[in-house]
Design a protein around this ligand. Structure first.
Ligand code: NAP
Length: 307
């Protein structure tokens, strides 16, 4: 029987991806929406999640698509109501709140899924498989985009807990943590904060893995013109390059064939499988690297940013 799911926070990602992917999935039925600004035609609508959980829509699960700063309370309420929970990325505003949710989900026998959509980009699985058997020399991540194009008017993203440039940067970290065969950790970094904002507009980070392989990451929201979402891995057998956010894979100069984009279908297939098996998947490693950057990185103040 299909999982009856309610969406919370009907913003950009809910409308662009969650709604169409749920509606096309045989595993799910979109059964309700909770959002302050309005719902969807022909669906039960609530202005907040508390009312939705108290409703009689027979919900089995919720997908939480609000900004990370407000997701904990919603997730806690849903778990206490016995619902399975799909968390948009990042899974929370702090590592400790995500741990608390994971423990709560386990205690209540429901599935908690911390989703990382970029891991389902079409080149990522093949990149992971190829790298598993290679000797890696270095990794360079370049994730540079125009914030005015991708996040117009999103006040929350510039506030503490909104992650700033780490909102896209954590997508890169979700891929790197997934494809690298060995764990890695931050050595140092610089976070550039506009003087009028509570989150960084750029970050330059240096990591190394536990065998000494250097990993650099450059995140920048000030890039106009062509956008860059590239991960380059130098190995003794040649270079592997994941570009366009992980959807294009080149190995030793040869473009690899990849399937069409289906990141959110992959996420919902995974969520359905977790629910069916009574499991959770709460990998916080991308968020941990961001937290480390805030802990260990130097902070510099740069010119103010206006939308
Ligand atoms: P968004 O367009 O700003 O939508 C978020 C929605 O959450 C809002 O429409 C709002 O709906 C609701 N909300 C509840 N409390 C809020 C608060 N205090 N401040 C602002 N909105 C609040 O954001 P989004 O781009 O969809 O991103 C939401 C989450 O998905 C983020 O964690 C983001 O990292 C992730 N994500 C986004 C994308 C993308 O391409 N945009 C891609 C992947 C993942 P109501 O006002 O109706 O309640």
């Amino acid at each position: 029987m299909a999982i009856r799911i309610g969406i919370v926070g009907l913003g950009k990602i809910a409308r662009d991806q969650h709604v169409p992917v749920i509606e096309a999935s045989p595993d799910f039925t979109l059964a309700a929406v909770a959002s302050r600004s309005g719902g969807l035609p022909d669906l039960p609508y609530y202005s907040d999640i508390g009312d939705m959980l108290a409703g009689d829509d027979g919900l089995d699960a919720v997908a939480l698509c609000q900004p990370p700063q407000v997701r904990y309370d919603a997730a806690r309420a849903a778990i206490l109501a016995g619902k399975h929970v799909f968390l948009e990325k990042p899974p929370g505003a702090t590592l400790s709140e995500v741990k608390s949710l994971a423990d709560l989900a386990q205690a209540h026998g429901v599935t908690l899924f911390a989703s990382w959509h970029s891991r389902y980009a079409s080149g990522v699985a093949a990149a992971k498989a190829w790298l598993a058997e290679r000797t890696i020399r270095s990794v360079a991540v370049e994730w540079k985009e125009d914030v005015r194009v991708w996040h117009p008017g999103q006040a929350w993203i510039w506030e503490p807990g909104g992650l700033g440039v780490f909102d896209p940067g954590i997508n890169a970290m979700s891929i790197v943590t997934h494809i690298m065969p060995r764990p890695f950790f931050l050595l140092d970094g610089t976070l550039s904060f506009p003087e009028n904002r509570g989150a960084p507009i750029a970050a330059d980070l240096t990591f190394r893995d536990d065998s000494g392989v250097p990993i650099t990451a450059a995140f920048d929201w000030r890039q106009t013109g062509p956008q860059t979402w590239d991960i380059s891995v130098d190995t003794v057998d040649g270079a592997l390059v994941l570009s366009k956010g992980g959807s294009v894979l080149t190995i030793a100069g040869e473009l690899q064939e990849t399937a069409p984009e289906a990141e959110y279908r992959g996420l919902y297939d995974r969520f359905a499988g977790l629910v069916a098996r009574g499991e959770s998947d709460v990998d916080v490693s991308p968020l941990r690297h961001v937290a480390d950057a805030y802990l260990r990185g130097a902070r510099v103040v740069v010119e103010p940013f206006e939308d």
